[in-house]
Design a protein around this ligand. Structure first.
Ligand code: APR
Length: 308
C-alpha cells in the first residue's frame, strides 16, 4: 500500500485507531510507543487478524522513530488519560512534555507530514504541536469536534429512535465543558432537530454531550474513552488520505476567523490531501457567537498555563 500512517501511543486510543486504519485499508500502519514490547505486541496481534478481517497492508510496532520516516499522516495519542474527578486541563503539565518530545521526533523524520493531535487538553496540545513543529496551519489539526459531534449524534439518534447514519450534528468550540453544540445546524435527514425534539429534552442532550467524556471516565474509573475518539481520528485520516474533502468540525488554528486570533478552536473545516483546505465560517446567531467566544476564552486561559 502506498500511504504510510503513523500512530504515536499504543494505548487505548492509539491501538483502536491503528485497528480501524488497518481494517479500512487506509495505508501501512506504524504504531509507536515509549514502552518496549507494547507497540510490537499490539502490532503483531493486529497483523494476525488480517486473514480473518481480510485486509492487506503492513503493520509495524516500534519504539524507534526512524521507522516513522516519511509518514503521510501522523496521529498523536501519546500521553496520560483522565481519571475520575480530573478535567482535561489537569493533564496539561504531563502531556505537554510528552507531546513536545513526540512532535520533535516526528518532524525530524517526516517534515512534510500532516499531524492529527488527539492528546488532551486537545486545543492546547494542538497549539504546542504547531509551535514545536513550525508546520503551517493546514498541517496541524486537533481531533475534538468530530468526537463531540458523534456523541451528540448518538444521543439524538437514541432520543428519536432513528438511524445514527441519518443524524448529523455540529459541535464547535474548545474540547471542554464550554464546547458549543449547535442544534440549529444539527439535523436528521435534513430536518432540524429543533423541530423534532422539545427544548427541555434537547437541553439535556446538549448538557450530556458537553460532559460526554466525563461520563465515560466516571464509568471506567481507570482511564478515558477510546472507541469513539479512535473512530473520530480515523474519520479525519480517511478524509485526508482519500482527499475526500469532507466538512468536519476540527480544532484549527484561527487567525481572525469567527473573531478569534492565535488559538486552536473547533470550527468546520474542509479536510483533504493538504490537510485543512478551508475554514468554513458559518453565520452564527448572537447567542451562539457569544458561546463560541466564551469557549475560546477558556482555551486562551488554559493556554496561558502552558509552560514548556
Ligand atoms: N512517546 C510515545 N508514547 C508515549 C509517550 C511518549 N513520550 N508517553 C506516553 N506514551 C504512551 C503510553 O506508553 C501509552 O501506551 O501513550 C499511551 C497512552 O495510552 P493510554 O494510557 O491507554 O491513554 P489513551 O486512553 O490512549 O489516551 C491517550 O488521548 O484522548 C486522549 O485524554 C487522552 O491524553 C490522552 C490520550
Amino acid at each position: 500500500m502506498k500511504n504510510k500512517i503513523t500512530v504515536v501511543g499504543a494505548g487505548n486510543v492509539g491501538a483502536t485507531a491503528a485497528q480501524l486504519i488497518a481494517y479500512k485499508e487506509l495505508g501501512n500502519v506504524v504504531l509507536v510507543d515509549i514502552i518496549e514490547g507494547v507497540p510490537q505486541g499490539k502490532g503483531l496481534d493486529l497483523l494476525e487478524s488480517g486473514p480473518v478481517e481480510q485486509f492487506s497492508g503492513k503493520i509495524l510496532g516500534t519504539n524507534d522513530y526512524k521507522d516513522t520516516a516519511n509518514s503521510d499522516v501522523v496521529v498523536i495519542t501519546a500521553g496520560v488519560p483522565r481519571k475520575p474527578g480530573m478535567s482535561r486541563d489537569d493533564l496539561i503539565g504531563t502531556n505537554a512534555k510528552i507531546v513536545k518530545s513526540v512532535v520533535e521526533q516526528i518532524t525530524k523524520h517526516s517534515p512534510d507530514t500532516i499531524l492529527i493531535v488527539v492528546s488532551n487538553p486537545l486545543d492546547i496540545m494542538a497549539c504546542l504541536a504547531k509551535q514545536v513543529s513550525g508546520f503551517p496551519k493546514n498541517r496541524v489539526i486537533g481531533m475534538a469536534g468530530v468526537l463531540d459531534s458523534t456523541r451528540f449524534r448518538a444521543f439524538i439518534a437514541e432520543e428519536l429512535n432513528v438511524s445514527m447514519e441519518d443524524t448529523q450534528a455540529m459541535v464547535l468550540g474548545g474540547h471542554g465543558d464550554s464546547m458549543v453544540p449547535l442544534p440549529r445546524y444539527s439535523t436528521v435527514s435534513g430536518i432540524c432537530i429543533e423541530e423534532l425534539i422539545p427544548k427541555t429534552r434537547l437541553d439535556k442532550l446538549i448538557e450530556r454531550t458537553r460532559k460526554g467524556g466525563g461520563e465515560i471516565v466516571a464509568l471506567l474509573k481507570t482511564g478515558s474513552a477510546f472507541y469513539a475518539p479512535g473512530a473520530s481520528a480515523v474519520q479525519m485520516v480517511e478524509s485526508i488520505i482519500k482527499d475526500k474533502k469532507r466538512i468536519l468540525p476540527c480544532a484549527a488554528y484561527l487567525e481572525g476567523e469567527y473573531g478569534i486570533e492565535g488559538l486552536f478552536v473547533g470550527v468546520p473545516v474542509k479536510l483533504g490531501s493538504n490537510g485543512i483546505e478551508e475554514i468554513i465560517e458559518i453565520k452564527l446567531a448572537d447567542e451562539e457567537s457569544n458561546s463560541l467566544k466564551a469557549s475560546a476564552d477558556a482555551v486562551k486561559k488554559t493556554l496561558s498555563e502552558l509552560k514548556i
